[in-house]
Ligand binder design. Structure first.
Ligand code: NAD
Length: 338
């Protein structure tokens, strides 16, 4: 099947091409993001493959549908960037990669915790500069601290498991508690209680209308002064301006993020020769207790390999008219004459 693959880097092409050896699809790789202006590139392709910062808005989907696209295959877990109602009304199906190494993201979240707590980013640079002073590098024992896990699905569970290994107390918030987390000894509480008690708050829930700006001026005030906040989920979970105020007041003691609300303009590109126009991002970068990585939490060989295999399996299932293992449930279609 002819597949337009948007937003590809060399590593995407390598892993997708290797996985495609078993499937034989005609993969047409584009570096461009999917957006209304680029959607026509997919004309004649029954399937289109997207990544986190492609925007499958209603307008984009209409152009895709007019060009014959019937399947949107997301090579990621989150699907906040697809207008599902529009896809349903155009008769499209949408698949994602529901399950790929949750360890990749959980381990990266733990990496951010360690980097911030022990100031490893400062220590690394200091020693390279022959500065062996310890001033300003003091951390705290994670052992015995309370970790608040917001969203205790696959990634939240792995994160909790690792933090349990450090000897942390586990506190969870989720609309649907996870029995495996209860077995780990996690206690569940409502969001404000988790925020009030946790020394480290790590976000692992999806970005939905109900979770948009979950971390905002009000919820930041509910947190323990000096709290560490980690976000490896989606940028929109956090009101960045409120977080900046929280950092300036000292309410937030540490911030580690792998995702940023306006990341589509920045992440995955080498912009080192340009002047970054996003003042909010630049201000965030300037704080010494903030560590930012550019949406790399998923980026392990295991995860990227599984993403490629799952995506191509979904496309093959679609081509063969089989039921789609990784389909996203779409809203019921509204008849055109309703
Ligand atoms: P999952 O579906 O296994 O778990 C999500 C959990 O969030 C579920 O337990 C669900 O009940 C819970 N949840 C849903 N709505 C909630 C709400 N309103 N409040 C609290 N909890 C709620 O998903 P996962 O595989 O663990 O992935 C979690 C998120 O991580 C994804 O949605 C994605 O945004 C993000 N992610 C980021 C990267 C990265 O590279 N940074 C990679 C993969 C996934």
């Amino acid at each position: 099947m002819k597949v337009a693959v948007f937003n590809t880097k060399q590593y995407d092409r390598r892993f997708l091409s290797a996985a495609n050896a078993e499937h034989g699809h005609e993969l047409i790789f584009y570096e461009a993001h999917l957006e209304p202006n680029t959607a026509s590139l997919a004309s004649g392709c029954p399937a289109v493959c997207l990544f986190v910062n492609d925007h499958a808005s209603a307008k984009t989907l209409e152009t895709l549908a007019a060009g014959g696209t019937q399947l949107i295959a997301l090579r990621c877990t989150g699907y906040n960037n697809v207008d599902l109602e529009a896809a349903a009304s155009l008769g499209m199906q949408v698949v994602r990669v529901t399950d790929y190494s949750p360890y990749s993201v959980a381990e990266h979240a733990v990496g951010l915790v360690m980097m911030l707590n022990r100031r490893l980013y400062k220590a690394y640079n200091r020693v390279r500069d022959d500065n062996f002073s310890l001033n300003g590098l003091m951390g705290f024992d994670l052992h015995g601290k309370t970790v608040g896990v917001i969203g205790t699905g696959k990634i939240g569970q792995c994160f909790a498991q690792i933090m349990k290994g450090f000897g942390c107390q586990l506190l969870g918030y989720d609309v649907q508690p996870n029995p495996a987390c209860l077995e780990l000894g996690m206690r569940y509480a409502d969001l404000s209680n988790v925020l009030a008690i946790a020394d480290v708050v790590s976000l692992h829930c999806p970005l939905l209308p109900s979770t948009y700006h979950l971390i905002n001026a009000t919820t930041i005030q509910q947190m323990k002064p000096g709290v560490m906040v980690i976000n490896t989920s989606r940028g929109g979970l956090v009101d960045t301006r409120a977080v900046i105020e929280g950092i300036k007041s000292g309410q937030i003691g540490f911030l580690g993020i792998d995702v940023y609300e306006e990341e589509a303009e920045l992440f995955f590109e080498d912009l080192s020769d340009t002047v970054i126009q996003d003042d909010v991002f630049q201000l965030l970068q300037s704080f010494s207790n903030v560590v930012i990585t550019a949406h790399q939490a998923f980026f392990t060989q295991e995860a990227v390999g599984t993403i490629a295999e799952t995506t191509l399996n979904s496309i093959t299932e679609f081509e063969q008219g089989r039921s789609l293992t990784n389909a996203i449930a779409l809203p019921a279609r509204i008849p055109a004459n309703a």
